[in-house]
Design a protein around this ligand. Structure first.
Ligand code: DHE
Length: 544
């Protein structure tokens, strides 16, 4: 396990601040309430990402009291202090914890895990605000922006998104959102932009307003990562859906106001051992273009749900067993196959959205992390979908054309080597000859601050390195990570975030896709910790 993976998982949970009760477990070593509260906070900030809120295990091992009490305090302390080759960080020797904190955490995990509160319809309704009701909104576009080429850019640590005009590279507006917006998605029409914060707050932004801004907001839980909207013909702009990490559930809302309509729990049985799991977090969600369905990927159970929204009062859900632990994914170039990473199984599941079934589980490299992946036409194998990996330097190319390239379909047809592990996102575009691969979580700053570019017509030639971090020309010497390639609408520019610390300068860097030369650097004191950035047209139409 690399430092890359550890950094990635230790993102901090908003649950740290939630009130919870302490269970009294007579066999656990004693703790004061103050110690318990401090340990609980540390647990949510440092440990829950891997071990789960209820400590049932995910990327990390289960840490329920039956297991931890059997190991005992001394054993646990060594583990916490020095880590393990299997991926447990060395919290003491890394300098993150002192001896006292190690002791505190060893005692804490022998107590029952405190359960955070549920979050049902009543809670949601209390947070729901329609800022501009549909009848008060413009009836036509009131601005001169080319809205299809706007980039919605997460300003992670300031709890905002920057709407940047892709044509002029000017900031249109900085919109207040939840904390650390994870993704942006568009309504089918491209008019409404939906973003979801780590704290499960959804903001709905109307791009037709003179100055695009929030028109509705809601919280759908205490912690979340995914949002999308109904894309099937006849249901355009009708529904939105969001998945949450806590409570483990998804919520269907009205597409014009975010009024919550239906909440569905994802607690249930795992795909392999068929055991009950109390905390199956909702990872990626995508809207099918083939059917009135949302594709909801449940991490801990390894189930991909096809949620038919044509009649939400009689909801039909097709449950497709895929593999654990589901994370991120995207569609192939035709939109028919959804390719999702089961990251701890080192697999990609190809789900046929037309037939509603699993087509294939495909073995790839170590910890696949596609984002939404990248589609391009391989000179020999035809249309392929590609993923990079957090755990190694490889990029797996998977054939996606079962008609004209039957022999290569849903197999890894070629594996190419990028700069190193710690890759998060990969991107191409139908109008481009290039494939861009970032490595923001690689421990070597040279790699985390540059990207590799392949010529898809000549992959054997290897990659060109673009020094994006250097091109940003930031004077601070702090750690900056270059994250997420994203094309403009025309497919002739690629945008990157140069993500620095909150108190340091960050930037967006734009590359000319034809020449691979620097085209523009966007700097502004309001651009605080930019991470994901989503082009309206490409996101709306699943172009990647
Ligand atoms: Fe993400 C996508 C979860 C860490 C930036 N991230 C996703 C998706 C999930 C997810 C489930 C897919 C959403 C979808 O498509 O519907 N991410 C998680 C985590 O659980 C994890 C590992 C740890 C955490 O505590 O959050 C995590 N992610 C990160 C980061 O550290 C990143 C780089 C910065 C940040 O904001 O925290 C980050 N994740 C992103 C981005 C996407 C994403 C930019 C969308 C990529 C795309 O092109 O679709």
């Amino acid at each position: 396990v690399t430092p890359a993976e550890m950094n990635y998982q230790a993102g901090g949970s908003p649950l740290a601040g939630e009130p919870m009760y302490q269970s009294t477990n007579p066999k656990a070593p004693p703790m004061t309430q103050a110690e318990f509260d401090r340990a609980r906070q540390i647990y949510f900030e440092r440990c829950a990402g891997c071990h789960g809120v209820l400590r049932k295990g995910a990327t990390g091992k289960p840490l329920t009291p039956d297991i931890t009490q059997a190991k005992g305090s001394d054993y646990l302390k060594v583990f916490i202090a020095y880590g393990s080759p299997a991926g447990m960080p060395n919290w003491l020797t890394s300098g993150d914890f002192d001896e006292k904190t190690v002791d505190l955490m060893a005692r804490y995990i022998q107590h029952d895990a405190p359960t955070p509160p549920e979050f049902g319809m009543d809670d949601m309704k209390k947070t729901w605000k329609v800022i501009v009701p549909p009848e008060k909104r413009p009836t036509k576009k009131m601005n001169n922006y080319n809205i299809a080429n706007i980039f919605s850019t997460t300003l992670r640590d300031s709890g905002e998104v920057a709407l940047i005009d892709g044509d002029t590279k000017q900031i249109i507006n900085i919109v207040k959102t939840g904390y650390a917006v994870h993704i942006s998605r568009l309504s089918a029409s491209g008019r409404y932009l939906f973003v979801i914060g780590r704290d499960a707050k959804i903001n709905m932004i109307d791009l037709w307003m003179e100055k695009p801004d929030n028109v509705a907001e809601i919280r759908v839980g205490l912690e979340a990562r995914s949002v999308d909207t109904s894309k099937f013909k006849g249901f355009e702009d009708k529904y939105a859906i969001a998945g949450s990490y806590w409570p483990p559930q998804y919520t269907i809302m009205k597409g014009d106001t975010l009024e919550p309509l239906k909440i569905v729990a994802t607690r249930g049985m795992t795909v392999d051992k068929q055991e009950y799991h109390p905390e199956p977090r909702v990872a990626s969600i995508i809207a099918s273009h083939y059917k009135p369905e949302f594709v909801v990927n449940v991490k801990e159970t390894g189930q991909t749900l096809l949620v038919d929204y044509s009649n939400i009062d009689a909801l039909k859900v097709t449950t497709i067993g895929t593999a654990r632990f589901l994370h991120d994914g995207g569609v192939d170039s035709t939109g028919r196959y959804f390719m999702v990473a089961a990251n701890q199984s080192n697999k990609i599941a190809a789900v046929d959205l037309k037939e509603g079934k699993l087509t294939k589980l495909i073995e790839v490299g170590k910890i696949p992390h596609p984002g939404r992946g990248a589609n391009f036409v391989h000179p020999k194998f035809g249309p392929v979908w590609a993923t990079g990996h957090l755990g190694d330097e490889t990029i797996s190319l998977i054939g996606t054309d079962p008609v004209k390239h039957k022999d290569s379909a849903f197999k890894v047809v070629e594996t190419i080597k990028g700069q190193g592990g710690g890759n998060l996102f990969i991107k191409s575009h139908p109008k481009s000859q290039h494939l861009y691969v970032d490595t923001p979580l690689n421990p070597d700053p040279k790699l985390s601050q540059s990207v590799a570019v392949f010529d898809v017509k000549n992959l054997a030639k290897g990659y060109t390195v673009l020094p994006i971090g250097e091109w940003a020309g930031l004077t601070d010497d702090g750690a900056k990570r270059v994250v997420q390639p994203e094309y403009n609408k025309a497919g002739d520019e690629v945008w990157f975030a140069v993500w620095s610390a909150k108190n340091k300068e960050s930037a967006m860097v734009v590359v000319d896709d034809k020449t691979l030369k620097l085209k523009a650097v966007i700097k502004d004191k309001r651009l605080i910790t930019p991470t994901g950035h989503f082009n309206v047209h490409n996101t709306q139409h699943d172009v990647y």
